[in-house]
Ligand binder design. Sequence first.
Ligand SMILES: [Zn+2]
Length: 461
Amino acid sequence: MKKLIQNGTVVTAADTYQADVLIEGERVIAIGHNLDAGGAEVIDASGCYLFPGGIDPHTHLDMPFGGTTTADDFETGTRAAAFGGTTTIVDFCLTSKGQTLSDAIKTWHGKADNKAVIDYGFHLMIAEANDSVLEQLEQVVSEEGITSLKVFMAYKNVFQADDETLFKTLIRAKELGALVQVHAENGDVIDYLIKQALDNGNTDPIYHAHTRPPVAEGEATGRAIALTALADSQLYVVHVSCAEAVQRIAEARERGLNVYGETCPQYLALDISYLEKPDFEGAKYVWSPPLREKWNQDVLWSALKNGILQTVGSDQCSFNFEGQKDLGKGDFTKIPNGGPLIEDRFSILYSEGAHKGRISLNQFVDITSTKSAKLFGMFPKKGTIAVGSDADIVIFNPNATRTISAKTHHMNVDYNPFEGMEVNGEVISVLSRGNFVVREQEYVGAAGNGRFIRRNKFQRP
Ligand SMILES: [Zn+2]
């Protein structure tokens, strides 16, 4: 069955133009005017933009953390993503020391199989880089199609890896064609600052931010970049939150290093003052890295505009305020880190970014979709609207407005960090590989329709 989307404005990372889009099966087969519809179902998109489906390069669904598990699993998380205009996610597969990589990957497939409503890939966490792990990576990259490896420089005694592990991973990634991702914060220093805070009786959520200063992020970012240069490898810094880190990435790119950076909606639109909300509400705003002083928002927007940062990930990691975040009452270190953003990432970037003129409309597409497809080995199957590409398309009404609220969102969590925020533009319908997942704002998808994506090896975009 063919589908013809008529009268919309196609927007890609490169162009904006009026055209009809003809879909057959899972792919776009023609773009133009007066296309021969030949019995196709006709969808009217007058007054709407047609965007390539959003690609969220950073999610944690069904993830255990701090003695609890994220509120959203692969079904509720990907359904909410689709409502928000995202048609592909890349989720982080956790590993632990001593576990084989294939075992860890099998566990993650088990979480996503028959649940995901949109397509998905995995990044793989590297907990240790012994000879066995380095050996196993060949199969992971070449056969499993997992071509990005994550190393944590923070969360001491939980996820944190040492510099030797990071350095060996960078060398091996270069050999195999994988992209190394780092959570860049100095975990040792943060651990010491946390102990000091608790010793002094400082237990409120705001101390989460005070014990993770911007310098600790800047230092780790700089260290990861130095090791990348030494290994002649490639690096992607996840969730960049502050000027100190942006500065390091800008310098690295200036030197021609293969270094990329991602930021997240919360760092672009929220700030450190949220952690001081009364009645423990600050716990809703606990992310690592933490929210920063407001002036950093301008630095991050300008880094996106100037190509110093390339992507925006949601870092989706939802925990209910009641029953999960409140584990940290009286001790901020026990607040599960993270928040629900998979649904509103696309919208906030459109409204706060493209609509307000901080980035262009084409940059909006590049940042929310195309660049992630390129960096993570999915382009041009994903990340654009072109003949031969997957028909992952968002029909978007730029003239509507909506108010973000936990009452109307689709995530399985009891609050929204952007509660009450009015945003311009609204997702009307979403197609994943030619099939509607959301149609006229109604869910018409199904668990299990999402497919695992074996991604290509890293190529410098
Ligand atoms: Zn994360």
